[in-house]
Ligand binder design. Structure first.
Ligand code: G4P
Length: 534
């Protein structure tokens, strides 16, 4: 098969949702329909139960499970589908944001009762940064929920994306009878007693057909006719180009738990979702069809065995063909590396692979060479862009409790932050280490791992910072002035960029007002940052 054919058959995507909307259930059902697993219940929820915040074993288990389900690949109708798992727990949101840099599209699951929730909004903002195409799946239609039109309005207004329903629900909760597939003009009838994957499909090409009344009853049929007329009047025709540029989200309704609406979703997904596209580097646009291999690391996972500090780096392939045992250039450290055991993840099995193609994600065993965002190439000196750090929300100072173990602590915190467990900011004087995360759970993880993997003993002292802001300017003297004046709130990130640790939204606003020449960014993704910042 040619490189182009390999690329065209790949669909690499993530499923995102607010916790509990049904992401795990939908993932499992997609694997079932794809024939990748045989029984429901095979995919473990990667949720950390609410009680687990103080139960470290639970976190360890979680880490184990999430390695196994980090990538789930399967073949379906001549398409190679790569699902990249995103942690549901909000404390691991940064992991999710980074994983989204490695996908070509997403499916967003929304609970029909709760509508758009907090986490959905944040994830959508991240999708918007790269214009990632989004398909919406409105789940739990077997339960009482909001009116379908209200849900669509809510999505459009709160997520600022246009929507176009491709299926339409007939009733909801106790009155839910199924959906009308507006794309293929058929009725898909719901039967709660059916647990197997099968469908009752009735073809209705014209909604005035009396067959509709026979199938769902006169009242529901009239309501459906009215609804569809309204849908056709209000929403524009589905435009695949607008979907691909992230402006328009097709919407499906269903119930993942009851296998309902999942196959429509999957079949439409493989039809419309984009295959791997070109990606920006600091020197050029890299096309997947470029014969030379390139890829980037978007996730690093510590191995579970504390006696070995091996890690698995997850690499997304962007161009050419990756081959086992071939030397590749690690651009940041300017070193040639070869990999004898690159791993692929087919559904739940890990296996060593000989080759992989754009869109694929492979696991590389690593002894500490990789950081998140690193680029591997066949020799070219270029680095992929768009693997940002986001401002943490909780900041604490790391205090060394055992001066005899200073070296271990330094190494440990460096490696853990390279893995992306948290972000490290160094403040002067005294090389003070400020650790920033999006959730409390990470501090426990860090403390535990420093102790168990590095033998270092540390404590955290809360810091009342509100955001870490990266800065750019056209006027270096202003930035120098700002850094001098605000010295006690200035730190450096892992790449030696200055950041402003603002104590409150108000103080950030005053800094912006006092220094209009400086732009403050809450993600590290900004153009020409290196050139413009000090
Ligand atoms: P998440 O990964 O997005 O956090 O959600 P998950 O799939 O774990 O689903 C959250 C809960 O919602 C689960 O129930 C799941 O069974 C239920 N659920 C998912 N899809 C549907 C649906 O279509 N209809 C209905 N009625 N429920 C659905 P749970 O009680 O929290 O967990 P479990 O004990 O069933 O595993």
């Amino acid at each position: 098969m040619s490189l182009e054919q390999e690329i065209n058959k790949r669909r690499t995507f993530g499923i995102i949702s607010h916790p509990d909307a049904g992401k795990t259930t939908l993932t499992e059902k997609l694997l079932l329909f794809g024939g990748a697993i045989q029984t429901a219940g095979a995919v473990k929820s990667n949720k950390i139960k609410k009680s687990a915040t103080s139960d470290f074993m639970e976190i360890e288990k979680q880490r184990g499970i999430s390695v196994a389900t980090s990538v789930m690949a399967f073949n379906y109708k001549n398409t190679k589908i790569n699902i990249l798992d995103t942690p549901g727990h909000k404390d691991f949101a940064e992991d999710t944001y980074r994983t989204l840099t490695a996908v070509d599209s997403v499916i967003m699951v929304i609970d029909c009762a709760n509508g758009v929730e907090d986490q959905t909004k944040k994830l959508m903002e991240v999708c918007r940064m790269r214009n990632t195409p989004v398909i919406v799946f409105i789940n739990k239609m077997d339960r009482e929920g909001q009116d379908a039109f209200d849900l669509l309005d809510e999505i459009e207004s709160t997520l600022s994306i246009k929507v176009r329903p491709l299926s339409w629900p007939i009733g909801i909760g106790s009155t839910f009878q199924g959906v009308y597939n507006m794309f293929e003009h058929h009725l898909n009838l719901f039967d709660i007693n059916k647990t197997r994957i099968e469908r009752d499909i009735v073809s209705i090409s014209d909604l005035s057909d009396p067959k509709l009344d026979e199938q769902i009853g006169e009242k529901a049929a009239d309501k459906l006719r009215e609804d569809i007329e309204l849908v056709e009047g209000v929403y524009d025709e589905f435009d695949i180009e607008k979907y691909k540029s992230g402006e328009l989200a097709p919407v499906f309704f269903g119930s993942a738990l009851n296998n309902f609406g999942v196959q429509e979703l999957l079949d439409t997904f493989i039809e419309i979702a984009p295959f791997p596209k070109s990606r920006e580097t600091n020197t050029k646009l890299v096309h997947p069809t470029d014969p030379k291999f390139s890829g980037f690391v978007f996730k690093i996972h510590a191995n579970l065995d504390p006696n070995h500090r091996d890690r698995i780096a997850f690499l997304r392939i962007c161009s050419g063909k990756f081959e086992r045992n071939k030397f590749y250039q690690h651009v940041r450290i300017d070193k040639k590396l070869k990999f004898s055991n690159p791993t692929s993840f087919m559904a739940q099995d890990k296996s060593v692979i000989d080759e992989a193609f754009p869109g694929d994600v492979i696991g590389l065993y690593d002894t500490g060479n990789f950081k998140i965002g690193d680029t591997l190439t066949e020799g070219e000196d270029m680095e992929f862009q768009g693997i940002p750090s986001f401002s943490p929300e909780i900041f604490k100072e790391l205090i060394n409790k055992d001066p005899m173990k200073t070296k271990q602590l330094e190494k440990g915190i460096q490696q853990l932050t390279d893995e992306g467990v948290a972000q490290l900011f160094i403040q002067q004087p005294g090389n003070r280490k400020i650790v920033g995360t999006v959730g409390e759970l990470q501090f426990e993880v860090i403390q535990y791992r420093l102790q168990h993997e590095y033998g270092a003993s540390a404590e955290f002292q809360p810091k009342s910072f509100y955001k870490a802001c990266w800065m750019t300017t056209e006027d270096d003297s202003k930035l120098e002035d700002f850094i001098r004046r605000k010295a006690q709130y200035i730190a450096k990130d892992k790449d030696d960029n200055y950041v402003f640790l603002a104590q409150s939204a108000f103080l950030l606003q005053s800094a912006e007002a006092d220094y209009p020449e400086i732009t403050f960014h809450t993600t590290s993704e900004f153009k020409r940052a290196k050139e413009n910042s000090l």
